[in-house]
Design a protein around this ligand. Structure first.
Ligand SMILES: NC(=O)C1=CN([C@@H]2O[C@H](COP(=O)(O)OP(=O)(O)OC[C@H]3O[C@@H](n4cnc5c(N)ncnc54)[C@H](OP(=O)(O)O)[C@@H]3O)[C@@H](O)[C@H]2O)C=CC1
Ligand SMILES: N[C@@H](CC(=O)OP(=O)(O)O)C(=O)O
Length: 365
């Protein structure tokens, strides 16, 4: 008989959470029961799964009693508190927040790139940052054939990356601006808003907080997560990674220009890189300058794949190239990658917490 699972979605009412429900509905995971968990603000709200109405519950430690699998997207502090509670009760957690990603006992997984790291999980599996995911999906087939020495990325990140309220703010700012209101008359921090300044008709070269070295935490995450996923070590010296993360007034779909250097003399050409990308899992190559064909956020929104175009050689550096990478930050960048990890856990019979593993994640109050 096929085993079916008691699943909980933590953060079910958010931009990612609502998509987790939809992606789980479309997945191959046999679901016996589904709990929808959020903050007390949403308790009592009803959401649908497979045509059935489910009432959202306020999250508490005992919410995870009897649960086999948790898909978490409630934010860092929520995952810090509840992931250990869930593991203690025998549930495996696939977590979207950044809280557990750098923990050496937590695999950081993009199934197309490092699925094999799943087998050593201890109950918590981390879903990477959205910008990191789409970049490593595109870089993995290139690394496999030609090696990878260096990456320089610039991101063009959609408002929904900062959650449902940031997306709502962009719509409200745009509407106000179009109605003639002086949204930008005074470029001062917007109090209480998700972004420090108005985003409508603007660009913000800051995502997340600034570190002491002048990089933002989003940039820091892209560097260390890329190393952990592709080279198995968050501080790997085998590759150099750097970049700049920018918020753009687009609702859904992150874009990235990615400059990369392959191994000296590995023989990469534009055509051979395009061929590697064409046959790579999860990648769609949209690259035909003659037809003005290239990936765009509006086309990627609602799709699970990572779209790549504008592959071309650097004209002054041998073995070096540029490409343009676009994906739906809420799907491959979050909900789909999470459900895809869960599908692989089910297929590999890994929805179980190894004996004693929960001691690695002590419950904190
Ligand atoms: N958006 C993106 O592109 C990506 C997001 N992520 C990560 O996913 C997580 C969620 O992001 P997103 O959906 O965008 O955020 P949202 O702000 O849209 O949603 C947050 C969710 O968390 C719930 N929540 C908040 N506080 C609590 C609490 N104390 N207890 C239980 N649930 C709570 C909210 O419930 P309520 O509605 O009741 O407030 C809501 O369901 C974050 O960690 C984010 O970093 C990761 C990759 C990409
Ligand atoms: N910071 C990303 C989305 C996100 O939530 O990332 P993380 O899960 O790494 O905090 C963005 O704003 O587009």
């Amino acid at each position: 008989m096929t085993k079916s699972y008691n699943v909980a979605i933590l953060g079910a009412t958010g931009a990612v959470g609502t998509r987790l429900i939809e992606q789980l509905e479309q997945s191959t995971i046999p679901v016996n029961s589904l709990k929808l968990l959020a903050s007390p603000r949403s308790a009592g709200k009803q959401l649908e799964f497979k045509g059935e109405k489910i009432t959202v519950e306020a999250t508490a430690p005992d919410s995870f009693d009897g649960v086999d699998l948790v898909l978490a997207s409630g934010g860092g502090s929520v995952s810090a508190q509840y992931a250990p509670e869930a593991v203690k009760r025998g549930a495996v957690v696939v977590d979207n927040s950044s809280y557990w990603r750098m923990n050496d006992d937590v695999p950081l997984i993009v199934p197309e790139v490092n699925e094999s790291a799943l087998s050593s999980h201890n109950g918590i599996i981390a879903n990477p940052n959205c910008s990191t995911i789409q970049m490593v999906v595109a870089l993995a087939p290139i690394k496999q054939q030609f090696g990878l020495k260096r990456v320089i990325v610039s991101t063009y990140q959609a408002a929904s990356g900062a959650g449902q309220s940031a997306w709502n703010e962009l719509v409200a700012e745009t509407t106000a601006y179009n109605a003639g209101e002086p949204v930008h008359a005074n470029i001062l921090p917007v109090k209480g808003a998700q972004h420090h300044y108005p985003l409508a008709y603007n660009l913000l070269p800051q995502i997340d907080v600034f570190e002491d070295d002048g990089y933002t935490h989003e940039e820091w995450k892209m560097i260390h997560e890329t190393k952990k996923i592709m080279f198995g070590d968050k501080n790997s010296k085998a590759v150099k990674v750097t970049g700049t993360a920018v918020r753009v007034p687009v609702p859904i779909g992150h874009g990235e220009t990615v400059y990369f250097e392959t191994n000296d003399g590995a023989g990469a050409t534009t055509a051979s890189i395009q061929a590697a990308l064409r046959s790579a899992a999860g990648v769609v190559l949209e690259d035909n300058p003659a037809e003005q064909l290239y990936p765009q956020p509006v086309n990627a929104a609602g799709k699970r794949e990572t779209f790549v175009g504008r592959v071309r050689p650097d004209l002054e550096n041998d073995d070096s190239f540029h490409m343009w990478v676009v994906s739906d930050n809420l799907l491959k960048g979050a909900a789909w990658n999470t459900v895809q990890i869960a599908e692989r856990l089910v297929a590999l019979n890994l929805v179980k917490v190894p004996e004693g593993a929960s001691e690695k994640f002590p419950v904190t109050k």
